[in-house]
Design a protein around this ligand. Structure first.
Ligand code: GLA
Length: 366
């Protein structure tokens, strides 16, 4: 009997080992203009290291090994809190809410009431408005394997109805970074939370040579304000077909009306889903470093954005200019403008319901 029991124990230990091996440490990162201290949490598991700050819940660095085992930082970001505070346009690494992506004309109606939101993208609202969740200091507590961040968004903040209690928990495992999101509300509202990391698996240069796969037969074409038209368009025969691994830059300059509107890729893909759990949304392979990133989610869409607004004017890490296409984003999400598109999966949250969603970034090298 004994060896059998030992085996069972070993199995249980193995199952928990993914995150049990993760160490979590905390340090001060800087101070907000009002004196609030921003903390930095460092999660380590073997060669993986994730660093997260409480301002915006920003993933400020993510180190993973390349094919030779050499660890490198694979997310864009800044060197200091002052630099993050001074950059309201890139959303480098941030947790985005209350509604990630755009809502057209910065308004929506729910149960016959029209809510007017703060505009910060022409006539539209983007990423929750000018002081969205990406620009708030979140409360933090250590949890097994990671850190749980929480933020209470007041009724009426940026125009959204209902007090929203949101959490985002980063968990580092032996091969992945998971983000678990929850939210509850005291009035009907809309919610769409994501992480806005810019991945550069090589650690520098551009992402045009990355081989990308997106598990989607359709995408949501946009108008000139990058608001979906409502159509779910087949990717077949278009530069939006990433059903087989294809270099990001292979078709980005084609004379395609949607690419022109986005100044590159800045669109939502309709994920091919078969169930409710985590399914692979996208996979990126970087040929020189050998690094591989797989994105798993339970969300209906993913925004693939090729850093088209980066033009070198914002400085990234080490004071280096963040240049065009120096990172790519895979923002798992509800479709943009869902609150105004009854045919899209609903992003509504009612009192008594719980918004719960997970995205997992799995890292490897080959
Ligand atoms: C998202 C949007 C882009 C851009 C970036 C932030 O990805 O879709 O248009 O606003 O955020 O710069």
């Amino acid at each position: 009997m004994k060896p059998f029991l030992v085996t069972i124990t070993a199995l249980v230990t193995l199952a928990a080992a993914g995150q049990a091996a993760t160490t979590v440490s905390k340090a001060d990162y800087g101070k907000m203009p009002d004196g609030t201290v921003v903390q930095l949490y460092t999660l380590k598991n073997g060669p993986l290291e994730a660093r997260i700050i409480t301002f915006g819940g920003i993933l400020v660095s993510m180190k993973t090994p390349d094919r030779k085992g050499v660890a490198g930082d694979i997310v864009l970001g800044h060197d200091s809190l002052a630099d993050y505070l001074g950059d309201s346009g890139t959303y480098f690494g941030a947790l985005v809410g209350r509604y990630a992506n755009r809502i057209g004309h910065a308004a929506f109606s729910l149960n016959g009431v029209t809510y007017k939101l703060s505009k910060n993208d022409g006539d539209n609202t983007l990423h929750g408005g000018p002081t969205g969740f990406a620009r708030r200091v979140w409360s933090a507590k250590e949890v097994p394997g990671g850190v749980e961040l929480s933020y209470i968004s007041k009724d009426g903040e940026e125009g959204y109805p209902g007090t929203l209690k949101a959490t985002a928990t980063y968990i580092l495992t032996t091969n992945s970074l998971q983000i678990h999101y929850t939210a509850t509300t005291d009035k009907p509202t809309v919610v769409n939370l994501t992480n806005h990391s810019y991945w550069n698996l090589k650690g520098s240069g551009d992402i045009l040579g990355n081989q990308l796969t997106i598990a989607a037969d359709r995408f949501t074409p946009v108008d000139s304000g990058l608001i979906p038209t409502g159509e779910l368009k087949s990717v077949a025969g278009t530069p939006f077909d990433f059903r087989k691994p294809t270099a990001v830059g292979a078709r980005i300059d084609q004379n395609d009306p949607q690419l022109k509107l986005g100044h590159g890729y800045d669109h939502n893909w309709v994920l091919n889903r078969s169930g409710k759990g985590l399914e692979m949304a996208a996979r990126v392979e970087e040929p020189t470093s050998g690094r591989v990133l797989e994105v798993y989610t339970d969300q209906p869409g993913v925004q693939f954005y090729t850093g088209n607004f980066l033009n070198g004017s914002v400085k990234g890490k080490g004071g280096q200019p963040a240049n065009l296409h120096s990172g790519l984003c895979l923002e798992t999400q509800h479709f943009p403008d869902s609150p105004n598109k009854k045919s899209f999966p609903t992003a509504e949250l009612k009192p008594g319901e719980k918004y719960e969603t997970t995205t997992e970034f799995r890292f490897g090298a080959k």
